[in-house]
Design a protein around this ligand. Structure first.
Ligand SMILES: Nc1ncnc2c1ncn2[C@@H]1O[C@H](COP(=O)(O)OP(=O)(O)OP(=O)(O)O)[C@@H](O)[C@H]1O
Ligand SMILES: [Mg+2]
Length: 503
């Protein structure tokens, strides 16, 4: 059988970066093919070349056995190659339906006006097929990141592609949404669509893929059948070494003084009467389903969203936090889950992003000293977090997704806050860098920082937290010590709805 796509000796360099070197890859019709590799390995670059976003330097791409050369995403789309990008590319001010059909909206009879009704109807149909509850007329900027991700997926599906590329489609989805997506993927596969699936979640690849291709440092490592290969073996191919350190990491907390206390906080429907205390040297896990209100609590404490009532006490003193700069002045930092919107100045270079939040410290120095200090700081964090970049002068938007995430972390570490909220700190981060980030969080706690870690990955919560707070529908439904917490117990609390409790 002729492969749907066959890539041979493909190379691509950017200024200062060899992103792909003589890579091969093959996709059959009716196959889900996972593409794995560490942050910066070249996965997105390879996919963008297939989708016509980038052009290759050398090598060959055969589509249905015929050599092809796409010069724009439109050309690739026209022959049936669709892509869901890692970074959402929606227009925030347009509606769901408008986003799905951007550039190919149905026109009214005289071709003058857009036929909004028809547009909404078509969008509604596709969303219904996906079992997604979403109003096609909703403004995209006002819906959750998970819903936005669903819109991207719906948009790609609307093209009737023969090849569908999914670059980390589940990073913002909850378990039920992921199950729904997998159902759709299997349906497409059974209809003969070839699907390329990129994810850092190892369990997903086992569930959904038939074959796996691994890239490392821009080079092809191997293609294997998923069912014959262990997760450990795949990780080994990705990182070129074996990872050992997966033991739980807990501190000796609970003797530290209280660094932050939040009392009876109310802020919108997802923050109802929330109270918790956080000690120095402690990692407090915030568990719950997507949409339970954990991010909203962090944002309210940080002053990013208006608060209706409640008290925030920092080191024994009641403080008023009305905006993020107030929070920072009181030593509270928040690493957002949505790096693009809140975390980074993506048009600026890596160094500026890292030192930006702490410019005052550097401005106190004379010019030469300042330059040197800033450089040293940036290179310290680049090394510490293994940020893959040709230099500190590289623009952040040119880094791979996972490496952008690391820059956000560096930025907040540099700021030296006493209390840090980490919101999904390892989302989109590869397995190797994940364990580095775990070590780092623990080291920060050991230095006396107080840390809240919001995470939707239960193994991560269980592994890292000294104590775990569980939320459901805006309320804290329970608190567990590290010793007593189990996945089952957390899930119980995470689904303990107010209405049921009352009954
Ligand atoms: N437009 C660009 N300009 C310069 N360098 C780039 C550009 N796009 C990607 N790179 C670099 O190419 C390398 C491969 O990046 P790519 O985005 O393909 O990685 P990835 O495997 O998708 O990683 P992640 O898992 O973090 O998404 C990285 O070093 C990245 O910084
Ligand atoms: Mg990528």
């Amino acid at each position: 059988m002729t492969p749907l796509i066959s890539v041979k000796r493909l190379s691509k360099s950017f200024p200062g970066v060899r992103a792909l070197h003589e890579v091969q890859f093959e996709l059959m019709a009716g196959e889900v093919h996972a593409l794995m590799g560490e942050n910066g390995a070249g996965k997105s670059t390879l996919m963008k070349i297939l989708a016509g976003v980038y052009t290759r330097d050398s090598g060959e791409i055969l589509y249905d056995g015929q050599p092809v050369d796409f010069h724009s995403p439109r050309e690739a789309q026209a022959v049936g190659i669709g892509i869901i990008h890692q970074e959402l590319q929606l227009m925030n001010h347009l509606t769901v339906a408008q986003n799905m059909f951007i550039g190919r909206e149905p026109r009214s009879r005289f071709g003058l006006f857009l036929d909004e009704d028809k547009l909404n109807e078509q969008a509604r149909e596709i969303l219904a097929r996906m079992h997604v509850k979403l109003d096609p007329r909703a403004i995209v900027g006002s819906v959750t990141v998970a819903k936005q991700q669903m819109v991207e997926i719906a948009k790609a599906l609307s093209f009737d592609s023969r090849v569908l590329i999914m670059d980390e489609p589940t990073s913002a989805l909850n378990d039920a949404e992921i199950a729904e997506l997998f159902r759709i993927i299997r349906q497409l596969r059974d209809r003969g669509v070839g699907i390329i699936y990129i994810s850092h979640k190892m369990d997903e690849l086992k569930q959904i893929s038939e074959r796996v291709t691994v890239l490392r440092d821009g080079e092809y490592v191997a293609t294997v059948a998923t069912k014959d290969t262990s997760v450990e073996a795949i990780i080994g191919m990705m990182v070129g070494r074996t990872l050992s350190d997966f033991t739980p990491s807990h501190g000796t907390a609970d003797q530290g003084e209280v660094a932050l206390e939040v009392k009876n906080l109310n802020a919108g429907p997802l923050v109802r009467d929330v109270s918790f205390a956080l000690r120095k040297g402690e990692i407090l896990g915030f568990a719950g389903l997507m949409g339970a209100g954990r991010t909203e609590v962090a944002r309210a404490v940080f002053g990013a969203d208006p608060v209706e009532s409640g008290e925030t006490i920092v080191k024994g003193e009641k403080v008023t936090i009305k905006k993020p700069s107030d929070a920072v002045a009181h030593g509270i930092g928040y690493l957002s889950e949505d790096r693009k919107r809140y975390g980074l100045a993506t048009g600026m270079d890596v160094e500026s992003n890292i030192v930006m939040s702490n410019l005052r410290k550097f401005l106190a120095l004379n010019f030469v000293l300042r330059r040197n200090q800033m450089r040293r700081t940036a290179s310290h964090f680049i090394k510490l977090l293994a940020i893959r970049t040709p230099s500190a002068a590289q623009q952040v938007r040119l880094l791979s997704g996972g490496n952008q995430q690391k820059v956000v972390i560096a930025k907040w570490l540099e700021r030296d806050c006493d209390v840090l909220f980490f919101d999904e700190p390892t989302r989109g981060i590869d397995v190797g860098a994940k364990s580095e980030i775990y070590k780092l969080l623990r080291a920060l706690a050991d230095q006396g920082k107080a840390i809240v870690m919001i995470s939707s990955e239960l193994p991560e919560i269980l592994r890292m937290s000294d104590r775990i707070v569980v939320m459901c529908e805006g309320r804290i439904t329970g608190e567990l010590s590290a010793a007593l917490a189990t996945q089952e117990r957390i899930m119980q609390l995470a689904t303990q709805r107010e209405t049921l409790k009352a009954a």
